[in-house]
Ligand binder design. Structure first.
Ligand code: FES
Ligand code: FES
Length: 215
């Protein structure tokens, strides 16, 4: 019993005497799919010039090794040069307390301390931190003993959804250490890079004031 391909899968008819048949839909897709990939890898006139492994190696993004201390622990890692400190913390070190809000330096959710200074970790390249000391929200407490500002946030009920809270607390720690706590207006000014979508600003300021010893 003859077996027939369904019409859609059958090769197209060829003219008598034609040396090479017209490409079928299947061969066309296969050819162009492969061709699309090898154009980037270096094909001229259908000849592959570079071994695919070489092409991959040539196309691999540059990476670097960096050693830094995170929450008192020395870490050495090789990362893509474009990796932000935030992604290094979250993706490589599994420290997900620092949050990715805007990923563009506009919300403060990713705030951490680098050598005691608060920074937006989403805007900080990890490979530039050779030898740096990084403190994240996970490194504030001493065992089960919360940092005074963490306690103050709880006592003042200074959060709702909590998404901004790690960044607010790290920024508050920096604000207090910088001495920008002379008044609630001063605290608001120096915490203005930390956005709270839930609008907990009054209580956040109170928590910083409480920790700074003013209330
Ligand atoms: S996530 Fe870094 S500032 Fe918004
Ligand atoms: S507590 Fe929800 S964004 Fe600040």
């Amino acid at each position: 019993m003859p077996t027939e391909l369904p019409e859609s899968a059958a090769p197209p008819p060829t003219e008598a005497g034609e040396s090479s048949p017209a490409p079928s839909r299947r061969t066309f897709i296969a050819t162009t799919a492969v061709g699309g990939a090898v154009v980037a890898g270096g094909v001229i006139g259908g000849t592959i010039l570079a071994d695919s492994h070489e092409a991959n190696a040539a196309g691999a993004p540059p990476s670097s090794q960096v050693s830094l201390t995170v929450n008192g622990k020395r870490r050495t890692v090789t990362v893509d040069n474009r990796t932000s400190l935030l992604d290094l913390l979250r993706e490589h070190f599994d420290l997900t307390g620092s949050k990715k809000g805007c990923n563009a330096g506009a919300c403060g959710a990713c705030t951490v301390l680098v050598d005691g200074r608060r920074v937006n970790s989403c805007l900080t390249l990890a490979v530039r931190l050779e030898g740096a000391e990084v403190t994240t929200i996970e490194g504030l407490a001493e065992g089960d003993e919360l940092h005074p500002l963490q306690k103050a946030f709880i006592e003042q009920d200074a959060f709702q959804c909590g998404y901004c809270t790690p960044g607010q607390i790290m920024s508050g720690v920096g604000c207090i250490e910088e001495g920008h706590t002379g008044s609630s207006e001063e605290i608001r000014e120096w915490m203005s890079g930390n956005i709270c979508r839930c609008g907990c600003y009054v209580k956040i300021v109170r928590a910083v004031e409480q920790t700074a010893g003013r209330k």
